[in-house]
Design a binder for this molecule. Structure first.
Ligand SMILES: [Zn+2]
Length: 250
């Protein structure tokens, strides 16, 4: 069963008791950590272990999506040695990480720079990437495994569409989409999604279910579900730290 466990879902900075962006994407044989925002290692340890980790995928170099990585490097280098952990990202993300982590980066990680034309196999999961509408080079990701599929928008403005993923690999069972703020009118040029835009994006791609994530801490989260549901007919859930969402079904 392909499913995603929420390790952190606060947008931009962490809410009380929360963590920034991070997900554990699990299928029958494979564990992949998708984005490792600050605070996500503690939650990761609740559900998995560094020894059981098959890879890390990073969507972009904004701090709230990856700054746990130097801490993961600490753990791997000094306390929990294992074979190098494969990491997949775009070239910009790799450059930023190399600058911050330094020499250890190649000791503990086996880094692969990927492009949007690539399909990457990680265990029994197939990963695809598409460029979003954001401030730095950013990849949305699609995962197919165990006969189902999920897409994560990462961070994006409304100009991005999931259609490229549908064209390349077929229907999307679950869309995990950012919904940073409720109302576009207060954030006119911001390259994030409002709740309505997340709903519209899921509807346009005929996604089977929608999970809203990346709310800034002061957002009224239930109102996001209401707003997205007004424009999208399928089931809508809010990401909650520790909860697991199956790509298809409950
Ligand atoms: Zn971002």
């Amino acid at each position: 069963m392909l499913a995603v466990r929420i390790l952190g879902c606060s947008g931009s900075y962490a809410a009380a008791g929360g963590a920034c962006t991070g997900y554990l994407v699990q299928s029958s044989g494979t564990n992949v950590w998708l984005d490792c925002g600050p605070g996500t290692l503690a939650n990761f340890h609740q559900w998995s272990s560094l020894a059981a980790l098959d890879a890390i995928v990073l969507t972009h170099a904004h701090p709230d999506h990856w700054l746990e990585l130097p801490i993961i490097a600490n753990a791997l280098e000094w306390y929990e040695p294992r074979e190098r952990v494969p990491v997949y990202s775009n070239a910009h993300m790799f450059g930023e990480a190399r600058q911050l982590i330094g020499q250890s980066i190649s000791t503990v990680f086996d880094w692969h720079v990927v492009n949007t034309v690539d399909t990457v196999s990680i265990g029994d999961q197939e990963w695809r990437f598409d460029e979003t509408d954001h401030y730095v080079p950013t990849y949305a990701t699609r995962v197919d495994a165990d006969g189902s599929s999920l897409v994560f928008s990462s961070d994006t403005g409304p100009a991005f569409s999931l259609q490229g993923f549908v064209d390349r690999a077929g229907p999307i069972d679950m869309a995990l989409l950012e919904s940073t703020f409720l109302d576009r009118s207060e954030h006119e040029d911001t390259l994030h999604l409002s709740a309505v835009e997340a709903g519209q994006m899921a509807a346009a791609a005929s996604a089977g279910r929608l999970v809203l994530t990346h709310q800034a801490p002061r957002e009224e989260r239930p109102a996001h579900v209401e707003a997205a549901s007004a424009v999208y007919d399928g089931p809508v859930a809010l990401a909650e730290v520790g909860a697991q969402y199956a790509a298809a079904g409950d």
